[in-house]
Design a binder for this molecule. Structure first.
Ligand code: ADP
Ligand code: MG
Length: 736
């Protein structure tokens, strides 16, 4: 065992160790050393007190402005001392209590007017003035000492009331002073090439920097280390998958795929052709394909997937297509059957014509239909089985599962991939598709064990979609929205109206039980004050039915709480043009394909994330009809939510939107480790800012793993992978 794995009590007085453990959940020496400063303050610079928000726990650098003498309280027992600290413009009050005035004398000695102190406490308003409740402070040196320390950065740690930042700093320094060596996880040649500090020097630099430049140098090494450890884990995963055997499914001339291609009513785009070739090459290998297909909404991913599935059927295998919702699975079945025409008749019935059977298998099917579908999958007549992710959990057997396609999902993790392995005698090939464009480095981090293909071009004939933000507090604008919906209907076109909730009683921002929202509910605008709850499907449908402009239209609702048969029926009638307005939740977010739908109205658009809105907008403009996307919101353009909406108004480029999205969110959220207090193995690494580091680390890690797959000669690295990646990161990779 590494000395770093020793309990904190081996290096600190038991009381301090216990305090840190209960307050910060740090138990080992390593935990504490990796409890990194959140930011740094310069002693020479006073913090601006004007920015303090009531309710926040803060640590600030301020100057003592006044101190009272300790006095006994008149109405209660005990004594108090009052002081104020300021930044030269504003002041904030501190009150200290004790049983006897004498116990407050040490504050009189330390809080000398004009002296700089690091003060922490919870911001409150008392008698109309700001105060720090339960204050704690540390004088920032005096005399010659102060001058010497003036430009030395002071680390501020994620702290609590009982464990203020400087207590943590002191503990960290004690531990650092008694640590003589830390085994390096990075190969020596990488350290040399990158000019990185040693692990111990880096920790000293970030915890106890002498000058500002130390912080950057220390963080640089730690970032590289993080990236490298993560990429090593991913490289190992890639290598282990590459070592697994799959049944090769080489193309068969004169088969289903050839027949399908010959009757396609349009040309493949260049991207579809190129990606098709990549996939065909993967499928022909003896090792399982692990490919992520990215393409913006409407770029034609489904067609690419269908061609891959047909190739596998040609080679004697079966393919499973997993959709995130039952609505989407049913739609896939309909559109695949339609596009295959008589290529989709039953196996034996087809005679010598190439054909295969396509079946739907979902959790909510009737028992008889379900039994038949299960038999078709297990018996092998079904070449293509369409279902939801539930297919993986259930006891569905395949005769010869050769390919699994996961549609519109980037949450298909390691665990699900493992579940697949149990479904077939050999490991099936895997194609994961996502319409949420992912910047390259995120792909390398979150999907680091998949190869990536990108569809950059759109099929021809896409009509432009115009996006407008509509302020909800302008009734005339909102009226105009419903008139627009009526105008579309008069032209024989259809409209989606999307809401954030099903019923007025539901919590706002809930995700559909079977809907594939892919981000946390957006933050409430404006912080603490309570917002009106988001409009619900049940309310908005009444509005549409009652509004003079839309009252005569055929309006239906769609959401996850309808019975599956009912959902299917509504969706089918909407697709058939028998419904003018569909008031829905985000069940229509991904993949729903009704070319005649030309308008998308999102009510309370500020409650949705960028990629959700982009997905929703992708539902229209599909049939050569110009689309109109109306985003109803009550937030102004200044707030983050308002900026999200503006981004949608400004561009329809999914890659650009994905970037804006990432920039707006905190990195932790991007990587799925949202809770800020939780320890995460990804502390410093920024997926956007550290693109170069991630790319280099990936190359280094791939080389190393190729030479030493089990890290037998790299014990420190192996331990770091086990400690940091397995567990936290593994879980996040699965969620991702
Ligand atoms: P995605 O799943 O990537 O969002 P889809 O696969 O649903 O996109 O394709 C969107 C629409 O474009 C579908 O109606 C599909 O039939 C059509 N399409 C796909 N490829 C082409 C192509 N090469 N040329 C013309 N239309 C295409
Ligand atoms: Mg699709």
């Amino acid at each position: 065992m590494d000395e770093l794995d020793a309990p904190l009590s081996t290096r600190l007085p038991p009381r301090d160790a216990a305090l840190l453990e209960s307050e910060l959940e740090v138990t080992t020496v390593r935990d504490l050393l990796w409890h990194l400063p959140r930011r740094y303050v310069e002693r020479g610079q006073l913090s601006s007190l004007r920015d303090l928000q009531p309710g926040e726990s803060v640590t600030v650098v301020a100057e003592v402005a006044s101190v009272s003498a300790p006095r006994t309280m008149r109405n209660r027992r005990g004594a108090l001392l009052q002081a104020t600290v300021g930044d030269g413009r504003d002041v904030v009050a501190l009150t200290f209590f004790a049983a006897h005035p004498g116990q407050l004398n040490r504050h009189v000695a330390e809080l000398v007017v004009g002296r700089r102190v690091l003060v922490s406490g919870k911001v409150e308003v008392f008698n109309g003035a700001l105060q720090l409740a339960r204050p704690d402070y540390q004088p920032l040196g005096t005399g010659a000492d102060a001058a010497e320390l003036a430009d030395r950065p002071t680390p501020l740690y994620p702290a609590t009331g009982k464990a203020p930042s400087w207590k943590i700093a002191k503990a960290v320094r004690t531990v650092l002073d008694t640590t003589t060596e830390i085994a390096d996880v990075l190969p020596a040649d990488v350290v040399r090439r990158e000019g990185l500090l040693s692990p111990l020097a880096a920790l000293r630099a970030v915890h106890d920097p002498q000058v500002k430049a130390d912080i950057a140098a220390g963080q640089r090494r730690m970032r590289y280390e993080e990236a490298f450890v993560l990429q090593t884990a991913l490289a190992q995963r890639r290598a282990s998958v590459a070592g697994e055997r799959a049944v090769p499914r080489p193309p068969r001339p004169g088969g289903l795929l050839a027949a399908f291609d010959a009757r396609l009513p349009f040309e493949l785009t260049d991207g579809q052709r190129a990606v098709g070739e990549e996939i065909a090459a993967d499928l022909a290998r003896e090792h399982p394909m692990q490919r992520l297909l990215q393409g913006d909404v409407g770029s034609g991913k489904t067609l690419v997937a269908l061609r891959a599935m047909l190739a596998v059927v040609d080679a004697g295998g079966q393919a499973a297509l997993l959709a995130p919702t039952e609505v989407l699975a049913a739609q896939h079945l309909r559109s695949i059957t339609a596009v295959l025409g008589d290529l989709a008749v039953g196996g034996l019935l087809a005679g010598d014509r190439p054909a295969t059977r396509v079946v739907l298998l979902t959790g909510s099917m009737g028992a008889a239909a379900r039994r038949e579908a299960l038999l078709a999958a297990a018996g092998g007549e079904a070449g293509i089985v369409v279902g939801t992710h539930a297919l993986l959990q259930e006891h569905v057997q395949f005769a010869e599962l050769g390919l699994v396609v996961v549609d519109e999902q980037h949450r298909f993790g390691v665990e699900q991939r493992d579940a697949l392995r149990g479904k077939a005698s050999a490991v099936p090939h895997l194609l994961v598709m996502t319409a949420t464009p992912i910047p390259r480095t995120v792909a390398m981090t979150v999907f680091g064990d998949l190869e990536t293909s990108v569809l950059r071009d759109m099929p021809p004939g896409r009509a432009p979609v115009t996006t407008v933000a509509v302020p909800l507090d302008k009734p005339a604008w909102v009226d105009r929205v419903w008139q627009r919906v009526a105008e579309e209907a008069a032209l024989g076109r259809q409209t989606y109206v999307v809401c954030a909730r099903i019923d007025a009683g539901d919590a706002a921002g809930v995700h559909e039980d079977d809907g594939g929202g892919d981000e946390p509910p957006p933050e409430p605008a404006g912080g603490k004050e309570k917002r009106r709850p988001a409009a619900a499907v049940s309310e908005v449908v009444e509005t549409v039915r009652a509004h003079p402009a839309t009252a005569g239209l055929r309006t239906e609702v769609l959401h996850g709480r309808l019975a599956p048969a009912e959902k299917d029926d509504v969706m089918r009638r909407f697709a058939a043009g028998e419904v003018d307005v569909l008031v829905a939740t985000t069940v229509v977010e991904v993949g729903v394909d009704v070319p005649n739908a030309s308008a998308m109205v999102v009510v309370d658009a500020d409650r949705f994330g960028i990629s959700q809105l982009h997905q929703l907008r992708g539902r229209i403009g599909r049939g050569g009809l110009p689309g109109t996307c109306l985003l109803l919101t009550e937030v102004g353009p200044g707030s983050p939510a308002g900026q999200r909406i503006q981004a949608l108004v400004d561009t329809t480029d999914g890659f650009e939107l994905a970037r804006t999205d990432l920039e707006q969110r905190r990195e932790g959220d991007v990587l799925g480790a949202a809770q800020s207090g939780r320890r995460s193995s990804l502390r410093l690494l920024g997926v956007l800012a550290d693109a170069d580091v991630i790319a280099k680390a990936r190359r280094d890690a791939t080389h190393l793993v190729a030479d030493d797959p089990h890290l037998a000669g790299h014990t420190a690295l192996a331990a770091a992978v086990a400690d940091r990646v397995t567990g936290e990161t593994e879980r996040f990779l699965e969620r991702a």
